[in-house]
Design a binder for this molecule. Structure first.
Ligand code: CA
Length: 238
């Protein structure tokens, strides 16, 4: 069996220029990001609504709408009904680098602004800086539940001495459950807190993440992540 590739984060690359988009996607994929290409504004918004990316790289000159409108649309989204997380980090890419242009970008809610032409290593550094800041904004203390240790600051998880590597949403789910390990969290709560939306239709997403998380934490047992049928999940038995 091939080792499972752990992705660092999901990134939408919204850029209409095919060679630039493909180059960015190739590099980001090689750097272990899960990449969702979007050649238009409508594609970018659709991906935000259905895939809940961790970050978007957004070109300002798009064929169907101005990139700045995409950014405004994200920032004004109602996460609950539209599925778009209004806090989604966005790094703007633009051929226009005047101070006024950059101020306009930040005013619309950009987390960072990169002027074309740029070199990929700089974009990569900014992507990881924005993701790190986002993570620090949510920083909480480390949690210990019996043998299980969860550190949100470093994203490290251990069971006893064993290091457990989790994908993004698995980690977010664990952190949510570990905050109150005996409590039963309803599926609606977990969907809202971990995926930022309330759609009940997505409970299968939750269930599949929960079962992967259970196996990773305890491959041959059932010490963690209990399915309380019809209600939700809790980390350990009451
Ligand atoms: Ca363009």
């Amino acid at each position: 069996m091939l080792p499972e590739i752990e992705e660092l984060a999901t990134v939408v690359v919204c850029e209409d220029d095919d060679p630039t988009r493909e180059l960015l996607c190739d590099h980001l994929t090689a750097d272990r990001y899960r990449v969702l290409p979007a050649p238009s504004a409508s594609d970018a918004l659709r991906l935000c609504a259905y895939k809940q990316p961790d970050l978007m790289v957004l070109d300002l000159g798009l064929p169907d709408a101005a990139g700045i409108e995409v950014l405004r649309r994200i920032r004004s989204a109602d996460g609950a009904s539209e599925g778009i997380d209004p806090r989604t980090p966005v790094i703007v890419l633009s051929g226009r680098g005047s101070e006024a242009d950059r101020v306009r970008g930040f005013a619309a809610g950009a987390d960072d602004y990169l002027v074309k032409p740029f070199h990929y290593p700089e974009l990569a550094a900014r992507v990881s800086a924005v993701l790190r800041r986002r993570g620090e904004g949510r920083r909480e203390g480390a949690l210990r539940v019996g043998e299980l240790f969860v550190d949100p600051a470093t994203r490290s998880v251990r069971v006893g001495e064993r290091e457990v590597r989790l994908a993004n949403k698995e980690f977010a789910l664990l952190r949510a459950l570990a905050a109150d390990p005996r409590r039963v969290f309803t599926k609606e709560e977990l969907l809202r807190d971990v995926w930022d939306y309330r759609s009940l239709g997505r409970t299968r997403t939750l269930d599949s993440h929960a079962s992967r998380l259970r196996r990773k934490l305890d491959p041959d047992g059932s010490r963690y992540v209990f399915n309380c049928w019809g209600v939700g999940y809790r980390l350990i038995e009451g």
